[in-house]
Design a protein. Structure first.
Length: 131
């Protein structure tokens, strides 16, 4: 089953039904500006996807087939993942489709750790006297 969602850097257009391991969900990301937009984060929420668990989900460029680097985050600190984030490279006035799908560990793209916010828990250096 293929379902469609529209994401316009913050504007979501269509609702989805439940997601299973055999389903794929297509999201469309639109850049409505006359400027290139790269390294801007697109957040896909579990509420938007109408699923309870974001573990083992990946995002693939529908045209190229390239699996995107993504990460999940717990926004409210309750121990449950709330959003799946990725950063598409978007040309001026462009539209791209991405597929959200169940991904295995060996399919996940490998990358260096980057931090685009003030705190990066995964690469934080601690002094020896910190507990």
């Amino acid at each position: 089953m293929t379902l469609l969602k529209i994401i316009s850097f913050g504007i979501i257009a269509i609702s989805l039904s439940s997601f299973t391991s055999k389903d794929t969900i297509t999201i469309t990301v639109k850049n409505t500006l006359n400027a290139e937009r790269s390294n801007e984060t697109v957040a896909v929420t579990k509420k938007l996807l109408k699923i309870n668990d974001l573990n083992s989900l990946g995002i693939r460029d529908k045209k190229s087939g390239e699996i995107q680097i993504s990460q999940t985050v717990d926004i409210d600190g309750d121990g449950t993942l709330d959003e799946l984030l990725f950063q598409p490279k978007m040309g001026p006035k462009s539209k791209r489709e991405y597929t959200v799908f169940q991904i295995s560990e060996h399919e996940s793209p490998k990358t260096e750790i980057f931090c685009y916010s003030g705190i990066c828990w995964c690469c934080e250096k601690r002094s020896p006297n910190m507990d």
